[in-house]
Design a protein around this ligand. Structure first.
Ligand SMILES: [Cu+2]
Length: 284
């Protein structure tokens, strides 16, 4: 018998939040030195800098901590996109010590990368967080003093092109980057109208020349015509003076004769096959 408690229990069990993928927190990373940390679970930090103050900063201006989520579901707001971060633009004061908690909500690899940082401080000018999800990884860097816009993206093949792209403006930034979903116009704008002409395959010039020089009449074509003419004359002389009913009767007769011959031929094959099988089946 159903009562309130059992209904509540069933509702609780089918609740999607209960079945949502569990976020693994990667907080026991091995420090490989030089700001490079990793674990065996697919989490990585590169370019971590917790204490070296960038040239021109003098001192750390302040500390900030943000949480950035990455996943397929965040792209729903952007038609035609496949992946996205939950936020596309970040603004910080120069020389901020920034800690990023990066949460990958998908069951694939995602990254949070900042590009264009000074190379004397960040290898390849890059700060990199990565986690094979669902999972969370945390890293810290100190932003340079320059008024500049940095590219933020996921570098897994096609993830940026499919929407996982943002920009980080330090001191107000210097430019706006293109194709940031919901922030700046796409370089290649999707269109649902058919504006591109249908594909016409290119013609190989050597094949086209061969076709152009080919003779209008070929030997096989003339032979066919001659044979056709002979047969036509023979048929005409055979049919000469015959009534239309006679012609149909003759055609019917030929068809029946041909059909019965064919039937007999097939029958003989079946009979032979059957005999063979019979002999085989009795062989021991
Ligand atoms: Cu990604």
């Amino acid at each position: 018998m159903l009562n309130f408690k059992s209904v509540a229990l069933v509702l609780l069990l089918v609740s999607p939040s209960l079945w949502a993928a569990k976020i693994v927190v990667h907080d026991r990373m091995m420090d490989h030195g030089g700001g490079h940390l990793m674990d065996m679970g697919g989490a990585m930090v590169m370019g971590q800098n917790i204490d070296r103050v960038p040239d021109g900063c003098g001192t750390i201006s302040g500390t900030k901590e943000i949480t950035v989520r990455a996943g397929h579901k965040h792209a729903k707001r952007f038609p035609g996109r496949m992946f996205a971060f939950d936020q596309q633009e970040f603004n910080f004061e120069p020389c901020t010590k920034l800690t990023v908690n990066f949460i990958n909500e998908d069951k694939i690899r995602h990254q949070f990368m900042i590009h264009g940082l000074p190379r004397y401080l960040y290898a390849k000018g890059m700060f990199h967080l990565e986690v094979t999800g669902p999972g969370q990884v945390t890293g810290t860097l100190i932003l340079p003093p320059a008024k500049k816009t940095y590219l933020v993206h996921c570098d897994i093949a096609q993830h940026m092109e499919k929407g996982m792209k943002g920009q980080m403006k330090v001191g107000g930034g210097d430019i706006d980057l293109p194709s940031i979903p919901g922030v700046t116009p796409y370089v290649v704008q999707d269109s649902y109208k058919r504006t591109v002409p249908l594909y016409v395959p290119p013609v190989d010039p050597s094949v086209a020349a061969k076709k152009k020089n080919a003779p209008y009449f070929t030997v096989s074509m003339i032979a066919g015509l001659v044979i056709g003419l002979i047969l036509l004359v023979a048929l005409a002389s055979y049919l000469k003076g015959k009534q239309i009913t006679e012609i149909f009767a003759a055609l019917f007769g030929y068809t029946v004769a041909l059909g019965s011959k064919g039937f007999n031929f097939l029958k003989s094959i079946f009979v032979r096959l059957f005999d063979k099988t019979k002999k085989l089946s009795f062989k021991k």
